[in-house]
Design a protein around this ligand. Structure first.
Ligand SMILES: [Zn+2]
Ligand SMILES: [Zn+2]
Length: 346
């Protein structure tokens, strides 16, 4: 066993405290990673505060992990000691179902094992990346290409793949008009990736407050959704709209901006069911879809793509004793654009 230092919460309203977690003994296919950086994802906050009602305490969140391999099991072939690696939202899956065979482990019919707050195959609760070390089976460990710094790479492991997967699936590229709703931790990465894929990118944000950033990240156009004129002006325009906002929006209004055969992909997880009129779908033969992170192969493809195009997340690095304050700022949309914990401070 490896004793790793970590930051955990012990209840929905407790603050983060330093503790230790036991990482399992290295099996033949396991990789021991010395974590260098861990991004803060909104899912971490929902889990730490038990907002989804399924949290097992104590919990160490963190599924945007970047680090360096410090030991490998006897049969590991994919990674070597010293390799720069990452871990995303899941650390295991059955490997045998149709989804797993199709490299879509995130949709494993037997449920992929979450990086934290899930039960591993050994029956123990998984604990995430706000920690100095983690043990993960080699298949679920990604290679971080040279040229991608570990701190800006960490958020790509969740935010990056959450955007890359639907953009790739629905064919964002030259000649395609793509809109990104929301310019937060997810949205800003989506703008960069969609632009690098060659699409004509529009940001739909509540205000024009982040317009300069949006244009710098590669958007060609930037509109405020608080202006009702925006919806009339952009009617029937987009081939693809990705919604990164986790609140219940007037989806019909956004659907009206889709062109013929256009698709609106829901990436946020709003509290209440999504309401949409059948007419919004019928008109222009539109689709409303969802997407959840991406498989391991596609996550590697995304990291390679980001390295090739010089794409990293925009980050604010914090020390581990600043996590509580960072959570409050994420909830208040007061971060440009992702917090990353420097795990050397744990
Ligand atoms: Zn996440
Ligand atoms: Zn499976």
């Amino acid at each position: 066993m490896v004793t790793a230092a970590a930051y955990a919460v012990t209840s929905a309203d407790s603050r983060f405290e330093k503790t230790t977690v036991q990482r399992r003994e290295l099996g033949p296919l396991d990789v021991l990673i010395e974590i260098k950086f861990a991004g803060i994802c909104h899912s971490d906050i929902h889990t730490a505060r038990n907002e989804w009602g399924s949290t097992h305490y104590p919990v160490v969140p963190g599924h945007e992990i970047a680090g360096v391999v410090s030991a490998v099991g006897s049969e590991v072939t994919k990674h070597r000691v010293g390799d720069r690696v990452g871990v995303g939202c899941f650390v295991d899956s059955c490997g045998e179902c149709d989804a797993c065979r199709a490299d879509e482990e995130q949709y494993c019919v037997n449920r992929a094992t979450g990086t934290y707050n899930a039960t591993g195959r050994d029956g123990e609760w998984t604990q995430g990346g706000y920690s100095t070390h983690i043990v993960v089976t080699e298949h679920f460990v990604l290679s971080i290409p040279d040229g991608l710094e570990l701190d800006v790479a960490a958020p790509l492991l969740c935010a990056g793949i959450t955007l890359y997967s639907p953009l790739a699936h629905w064919g964002a590229g030259p000649g395609k008009k793509v809109a990104v709703i929301g310019m937060g931790g997810l949205g800003h990465v989506g703008v960069k990736i969609a632009h690098a894929m060659g699409a004509d990118v529009t940001v739909l944000s509540q205000s024009l407050g982040k317009k300069d950033d949006g244009l710098k990240f590669g958007a060609g156009h930037y509109y405020a959704t608080s202006d009702p004129g925006t919806f009339a002006q952009l009617r029937g325009q987009f081939d693809l709209i990705v919604n990164t906002v986790s609140v219940n929006l007037d989806i019909d209004a956004y659907m009206s901006m889709l062109a013929i055969n256009g698709t609106l992909v829901e990436l946020g997880l709003p509290e209440k069911p999504i309401e949409v009129r059948a007419f919004s779908l019928a008109a222009n033969r539109r689709s409303l879809a969802g997407s959840m992170v991406g498989g391991i192969a596609q996550t590697q493809e995304m990291l390679n793509f980001c390295a090739e195009h010089g794409i990293g997340a925009e980050i604010e690095v914090i020390s581990a004793d600043q996590i509580d304050g960072a959570y409050d700022r994420v909830v208040g949309s007061d971060v440009r654009y992702r917090f990353v914990i420097d795990t050397a401070t744990i």
